[in-house]
Design a protein around this ligand. Structure first.
Ligand code: CP
Length: 363
């Protein structure tokens, strides 16, 4: 029998809240390690723009993930917390997840949204300047999420804005809130990354398939990975590019104690990788390019039994759908968690945590 949507009882199936398939780590297990929220840390986000993953240190990332976990578990109602606020989602480049999950996050905490889904429907099509667009955001919204093909656009916009700007992906540069979603998934999967020191022999080996120098999600993910030197043993970057890092991220990796190397032989490395982060799409010049066709994963890939795969999506042929039903699939949980971590971010930016979190949850 095929049920129509109206016949499906969504409330009776709590799994629908977290994606039905793949690895779904329990947010409670993460919170059990450190239940009290540190407002002194989260308050640093009040009225702040998020342009780069370098804004986050380990404490801020972990406290934000804890707030996200409480929201995901429904521990305190936040459905009206931002009902006097408007989020503008201004996307001058296509998106599925980032725009919709920001809008979903804002609506779930009671806020309102206005949206640009296609630059062609704005004054940009008539040559309108970022300066003038910025002035409109000031009048029409209280926070703006911007995605743009030009790396310089988000920085330039902040010069004209009096409201916080959240970088939803700027050219080949950064995608900091995607990295928050990536690490929210990983911290739920292995809470000891955040709170403990993993014994040397079990410290994580991470494989990154992609080029941090020109893939924004990869760059922001790697930036946050460097916050956990006590629990990450090694990072291997698989890329067909001669210089996958680029100058900016190389400065960060050079300053980190985490060992980083480069390889073109993914198959040979699979036996020791605990986490694989993959992406194949980069925005270069004036269009998209697909990289790494030789770095493909499917159900027959010789992964360790507990290896997890992250992918910011959209995917191409590099990530076979045959992996979707396996426990290697952390990528759907990663996409799902974006809604909760973006709610946590919005509550922090608007300084509304005290309005929704009972004092018993505060450090
Ligand atoms: N992860 C991500 O940035 O996806 P979208 O391009 O769909 O927003």
């Amino acid at each position: 029998m095929i049920l129509s949507a109206s016949q499906v009882d969504h409330k009776a199936d709590p799994d629908r809240r977290e994606g039905v398939i793949g690895n779904r780590p329990n947010p409670q297990a993460f919170l059990d390690q450190s239940p009290k929220l540190r407002l002194d840390v989260l308050d640093r986000l009040h009225d702040t723009s998020v342009l780069s993953a370098t804004l986050f240190d380990r404490d801020l990332l972990v406290e934000l993930a804890k707030l996200a976990a409480y929201l995901q578990l429904g521990k305190f109602p936040a459905a009206h917390a931002l009902e006097d606020k408007i989020l503008a989602a201004a996307f001058f480049e296509p998106s599925t997840r980032t725009r919709l999950s920001f809008e979903s996050a804002m609506l779930r905490v009671g806020g309102k949204t206005i949206s640009v889904a296609d630059a062609k429907t704005t004054g940009v099509a008539k040559g309108e300047s970022l300066r003038d667009i910025g002035q409109m955001f000031n009048s029409y919204a209280d926070v703006v999420v911007v995605r743009h093909t030009e790396q310089s656009a988000v920085q330039e916009l902040t010069e004209y804005l009096r409201i916080p700007l959240l970088n939803g992906g700027n050219g080949s540069d950064e995608h900091p809130t995607q990295a928050l979603a990536d690490w929210y998934a990983l911290l739920k999967w292995r809470p000891e990354i955040a709170f403990g020191t993993i014994p040397d022999e079990f410290r994580l080996n991470i494989g990154i398939i992609g080029t941090p120098g020109n893939m924004r999600t990869v760059k922001s993910f790697l930036t946050l990975a460097l916050l956990f030197p006590q629990n990450i043993n090694h990072i291997t970057i698989f890329s067909e590019m001669a210089d996958p890092l680029g100058d900016e991220i190389r400065e960060l990796t050079n300053a980190s104690p985490i060992g980083i190397d480069f390889s073109q032989n993914l198959k040979q490395s699979l036996e020791y990788l605990d986490v694989i982060y993959m992406n194949a799409i980069a925005f270069l010049g004036d269009g998209y390019r697909f990289f790494g066709e030789e770095f493909m994963l499917d159900r027959d890939s010789k992964l360790k039994p507990d290896t997890v795969i992250l992918h910011p999506l959209a995917r191409g042929g590099e990530l076979c759908t045959s992996l979707d039903e396996t426990q290697h699939n952390l990528y759907f949980n990663q996409a799902d968690g974006a809604v909760w971590v973006r709610q946590a971010l919005l509550l922090s930016i608007f300084g509304r945590i005290r309005d929704v979190v009972p004092t018993t949850y505060l450090a």
